[in-house]
Design a protein around this ligand. Sequence first.
Ligand code: FAD
Ligand code: DLZ
Ligand code: SF4
Length: 507
Amino acid sequence: EKTLIPILGDQLSWNMSSLAGQEKDRSVLLMMEVEAEATYVKHHKAKIAYIFSAMRHHAETLRSRGWTVDYVKLDDPDNSGSFTGEIARACERYTIDSIRITEAGEWRIMAMIENWQDQFDIPVTICPDDRFIATHKEFDDWAEGKKQLRMEFFYREMRRKTGLLLDEDGKPEGGKWNYDAENRKPAQSDLMMPKPIRFDPDEITQEVMELVAEKFADHPGSLDHFHFAVTHEEALRQRRQFLDHALAQFGDYQDAMLTGEPFLWHSILSPYINSGLLDPLELCQEVADLYADGKVPLNAAEGFIRQIIGWREYVRGIYWREGPDYAERNFLDARRPLPEFYYTGDTDMLCLSEAIGQTLDLSYAHHIQRLMITGNFALIAGIDPHAVHIWYLEVYADAYEWVELPNTLGMSQFGDGGIIASKPYASSGNYINKMSDHCTSCRYDVKQRMGKKACPFNALYWDFLARNEEKLAKNNRLAMPYRIWNAMDSDVQKQLRDGAQAFLERL
Ligand code: FAD
Ligand code: DLZ
Ligand code: SF4
């Protein structure tokens, strides 16, 4: 009689709650590469290759630590293609008296797991995922009764809970909780710029890449630039690389963008944190230690820690609190289909071709590209937020629904009507010009609002405000742009709206 312990593709941590206290000779760990998970949306080829390779490596190390791991490969001839089908088959291979699993990261899979007990007539224990800092209850208790769920205040709770960057009196280091105002510098290309480690595919990764190329040929993205770490050791090497060479300037250049530079001073750690190869709290502790030792400035350490114990925990809380219908929300009633160029990068708007091109090559783009280039464009062009959500879920190696959906549909597309963002992240070309060097080499002129050479973001931005005036004009944070819009000559207004319309029709 054994306990069956399924380990999902984003549960590749040593300290999974499903394994805690379990006896190795009474447990069978089940890992499954299944068609349903690879195709419920068309994940980027490099994302699937990353997940499968990391799973295969993790299975090897679990075995070397004495666990029995039953690993079902995608091309196993008996593979049923789904988690539930594979649990059913495992129950035939072994005498199972119970199933134990750490809660999954999305509603879709939780619904499957919750059926298993009745379906297989075996007790199923679902353990909380304690790799997160806040429990579901802690988030819900914090959110209860609040009119607005501001990340900033939740973040302070997480600082208190972890003690990160607090002095002996429990006060924030440096006297302020948040140093974001210092983190908005544009960058310049620099030969000394740090580079993430590019990990060469080993034999296991190569085998997986062949499998993916064959089975998922119609999925977006390329395998030719595969760069991800696939083991705990490699992920730790990238962590070291970031901490030693990029973190110190992470704060300053957090929002900067440069043509031909996909990574800048970012950590490129999200795929590893989200699938379990790296522990988020341990990483933040190390950042706090580097600050304490005088190795990195406070705006960098605080900015980085805020992304993880603040934003990352906060969006997870929102995801589970809002429920499975969150994905269907469409506050602005945006209906346009996603432009084809999101899957090819083929557009003459340089900021977009850069962000999308690197996404298709690398399965990576940094935050401000996701928010202010691809996200902003979709928002002001009125693209259906659900289609935008599917795209982000497909193309990024770090994308799991619990983190991707609130970021995309909530923060970036304002589809939730302002639960996450206090105003839509809509902007004209001006912001992109300030934070990047793209506009200097673009065929459009960022300073022009009308005419053939005008940057399309400009007319679209005003059209977005005009189109949504009824829903957005009440928002205090948009008072200024609406004042500017309403002070414009009606001729100018008309030309901007006609220009936007003509552009959208050509999309
Ligand atoms: P860094 O800039 O080095 O940041 C450090 C870490 O902070 C990241 O590794 C990540 O773990 C965390 N982090 C930063 N911002 C966020 C955030 N807003 N939400 C959650 N964690 C954050 N992040 C994902 O992990 N998965 C997603 O699917 C995802 N989708 C996004 C979609 C949109 C539209 C937007 C605007 C953002 C999205 N993000 C997502 C957040 C962020 O863009 C990525 O976490 C980040 O770009 C990953 O690169 P990095 O590791 O180099 O990050
Ligand atoms: C994203 C993904 C993919 C592409 N493939 C698998 C898989 O074959 N097996 C697996 O266990 N997990 C996979 N995943 C991750 C899951 O779809 C899912 O996102 C997480 O388990 C979230 O709970
Ligand atoms: Fe993007 Fe407009 Fe700048 Fe071109 S000019 S890079 S389209 S913001």
